[in-house]
Design a protein around this ligand. Structure first.
Ligand code: S3P
Length: 177
């Protein structure tokens, strides 16, 4: 059975939505950031601080390729996973790829109370969000499906993901497994 792969910018709800979907569908939940933290024994913030972004990106690619080999799991990804096209190619081979979207202000409001995201630990995080989102949006558009979460509740986003999944499985069966 195919996986469900959630991509999108930081703060679009990938992890929370992925967890909810996995619970309802009885599928295992995995997350590329959590996989990187497990393998390295470090938090994302520590990896950036000690070794820099390049090292994080290579761990992220290794994690994406490992998780792509799993079957019938929900995979949430880090917001920058799309920067290396190999990552999405691997995940799309075995999964239905859904991009979660939100506007920059919504993202800022959702992430501003946390300091776990190294890329936003800068003077003007609101501007960094707008700039990075602008730079990356063509990459998120490579997803098969898109959901704008800005004015939806968590439950509504979860329902939409499940609806997409059921439709795809009904149409294509196990094609992606
Ligand atoms: C990043 C997003 C983060 C994490 C890292 C880099 C990015 O994941 O992978 O801080 O480049 O957008 P979330 O999207 O889960 O916050």
């Amino acid at each position: 059975m195919p996986n469900i792969v959630l991509i999108g910018f930081m703060g679009t709800g990938k992890t929370t939505v992925g967890n909810g979907v996995s619970r309802i569908l009885g599928m295992e939940f995995v997350d590329t950031d959590q996989e990187v933290e497990k393998v390295t024994g470090l938090t994302i913030r520590e990896i950036f601080q000690k070794y820099g972004e390049t090292r994080f990106r290579s761990e992220e690619t290794a994690a994406a390729k490992r998780l792509a080999k799993l079957d019938h799991v929900v995979i949430s990804t880090g917001g920058g996973l799309v920067l290396n096209p190999e990552n999405l190619e691997a995940l799309a081979e075995t999964g239905i790829v859904i991009a979660l979207w939100a506007d920059p202000d919504t993202i800022y409001n959702r992430v501003s109370h946390r300091n776990t995201r190294p890329l936003l630990l800068q003077e003007n995080p609101r501007q960094v969000i707008a700039d990075l989102l602008h730079q990356r949006k063509h990459l998120y558009r490579r997803a098969q499906f898109n959901i704008d979460t800005s004015s939806l509740t968590l439950e509504q986003v979860i329902d939409k993901v499940i609806e997409i999944y059921h439709k795809e499985v009904a149409q294509n069966g196990n094609a992606k497994s």
